[in-house]
Design a protein around this ligand. Structure first.
Ligand code: NOJ
Length: 553
């Protein structure tokens, strides 16, 4: 395959923005669209070609925009539709497309569809959501636990029935079996296509289709209920709806789609992505889940080895080598910062950020950089559970307490895994609040902003930001990094992650030391020409220092 045959989105780099935390231009403490517009030069200089915006639609913000109350408007806290149109136009001048988040498994409980649906059992939208009678003893229809903890059913007085929610009770699941629901969703997506968006990230899509009969599942040892995920993910028949959506929305436009879809099995991948699949790319979580083999319960995280991480990444590279395309990511708005999650405790944070960056920008696929990752932003631990905003953090805290952990221990799990770690304000400068806002920020700014910020790093050739730019440039110069094959080498090493990207007669070898040790290189890797190294002086051609990256020809 040569680059010419690839689509624009296979050759580009995507930057994910969490608008609430990106840049505030009004002093209200939360970011806005004008803030994004004002930083397009910065994003262009980083070399990205698309921005994925997490939801900016009107929302009560119970789950920070993943609870949408209107699919075809902009939340006033972010700006106006005119601001959005300006963002599309200005981004275009910078060679950047705007990608929207489609949250179609559920709406907010304040969406007018839900307000109507819940008002009676016989209104026009009465079956737009999943309603069920109570069990004869009055309890919820099934023993399912929602992803955020607690029952996945909530009682509704008006209808004297329960409704299903995979996530929070304020996020009722839509009934995709109803063709009117599907059409309304397609219409909303087409509204954004007409505005000129460059693609969609599709949220929680594996949950849209529910089984015919909703029945109790086998209780697990978490709390004697069963995760809703195990009962509804990838229900047979789901693909029919996804193909219908592709035909009605995505087909025939110069856009890309990337769907959030963990637990799709490799043998099913061909139905999900690629020429005949439903989407262009799938975000799967195998590499994020190396520490959660039994499902994502934060108190249950396991220690893991580098070979665990390497083998799942290599499996994903293999699975997408001629089927679909891999979206490479180590961070997003739901994960701890990658330095904390993937690098050994005690490793130098700058070197760690560079190590992750090297893998992100040299694996085969489209890299997704999450805001602040290019600066080496890290986790922030708040000192009490009440300081957290993230709804998942409260559910996980509760699970830990119910499992017998002390409040201090439960807080520790939250401090490490909370989604707020990724959501603290973007660090722009050494100014008040890291230059993010002049007002009281919605989440505290990470104290390390004095050192870790875009202004300071732009002036420092050894910064994480400068390293990102060097890697992006390298991608532009070496076709093998875009369309070349991937082959892992030194597979048994618990210290080095190494692989070869090869195209015709040219190849690059990427070697990253993910350990705190100096590691000798095998002989065959020592005599090669060094193209890029994260260490700038006294390079030892025969060994790598802790967290050092070397790219050789
Ligand atoms: C996945 C999103 O990334 C996450 O932030 C959200 O809470 C859930 N889906 C529910 O929409």
């Amino acid at each position: 395959m040569t680059t010419n045959k690839l689509e624009w989105w296979q050759k580009t780099i995507v930057y994910q923005i969490y608008p609430k935390s990106f840049l505030d231009t009004t002093g209200k403490g939360t970011g806005d669209l004008n803030g994004i517009i004002s930083r397009l030069d910065y994003l262009q200089s980083l070399g990205i070609g698309a921005i994925w915006l997490t939801p900016i639609y009107p929302s009560p913000m119970i789950d920070n925009g993943y609870d949408i109350s209107d699919y075809t408007a902009i939340d006033p806290a972010y700006g106006t539709m005119a601001d959005f149109e300006r963002l599309i136009a200005e981004a275009d001048k910078h060679g950047i497309k705007i990608v929207m988040d489609l949250v179609y498994n559920h709406t907010s409980d304040q969406h007018k569809w839900f307000l109507e649906s819940k008002s009676s059992r016989d209104n026009a939208k009465s079956d737009w959501y999943i309603w069920r009678d109570a069990k004869t003893d009055g309890t919820a229809p099934t023993n399912w636990r929602s992803i955020f903890g607690g029952s996945s059913w909530t009682w509704c007085e008006e209808r004297q029935q329960y409704y299903l929610h995979t996530f929070a009770s304020q996020q009722p699941d839509l009934n995709w079996d109803n063709p009117n629901v599907r059409q309304a969703l397609y219409d909303a997506a087409n509204f954004w296509i007409k505005k000129g968006v460059g693609g969609f990230r599709i949220d929680a899509i594996i949950y849209i289709k529910k089984p015919q009969n909703l029945v109790d599942g086998k209780p697990d040892d978490i709390d004697g209920t069963v995760s809703v995920h195990n009962m509804i993910a990838n229900t047979p028949g789901i693909l029919d709806y996804l193909y219908e959506m592709r035909r009605n929305v995505f087909d025939g436009h110069n856009i890309f789609t990337v769907a959030e879809a963990n637990s799709v099995q490799p043998e099913e991948l061909k139905y999900w992505v690629g020429k005949h699949g439903a989407f262009d790319m799938l975000f799967e979580f195998n590499h994020l889940n190396v520490m959660f083999p039994d499902g994502e319960v934060w108190y249950n995280s396991k220690s893991w080895k580098l070979t665990d991480l390497k083998s799942v990444l290599t499996a994903s590279q293999a699975a997408t080598s001629d089927n679909g395309w891999y979206p490479i990511f180590f961070e997003n708005h739901d994960q701890p910062r990658s330095i904390n999650q993937f690098c050994p405790a005690g490793a130098d944070p700058v070197k760690s950020a560079k190590a992750i960056a090297a893998v992100l920008l040299t694996l085969r696929g489209t890299p997704f950089i999450y805001q602040g990752q290019e600066l080496g932003m890290t986790n922030t631990a708040f000192s009490s559970i009440n300081e957290y905003n993230d709804i998942a953090s409260y559910g996980q805290y509760e699970l830990a307490i119910n499992a017998g952990f002390t409040p201090e221990q439960a807080l520790k799990f939250v401090q490490f895994f909370s989604r707020d770690n990724a959501r603290t304000p973007m660090q722009w400068s050494t100014d008040k609040n890291a230059g993010f806002s002049t007002g009281k920020t919605w989440l505290p700014v990470n104290e390390n902003y004095i050192k870790v910020n875009a202004d300071v790093e732009s002036e420092d050739k050894d910064s994480v930001l400068s390293w990102y730019k060097q890697l992006v440039k390298l991608r532009g110069q070496h076709e093998e990094l875009i369309s070349g094959t991937y082959e892992e080498i030194l597979t048994d090493s618990e210290e080095l992650f190494a692989f070869v990207r090869k195209l015709n007669d040219t190849e690059l070898t990427i070697i990253v030391n993910f350990s705190l040790n100096n590691v000798e290189l095998p002989k065959e890797l020592t005599g090669k020409t060094i193209i890029l190294d994260s260490e700038t002086d006294n390079i030892n051609t025969k060994a790598l220092r802790p967290m050092e990256v070397r790219i050789v020809e």
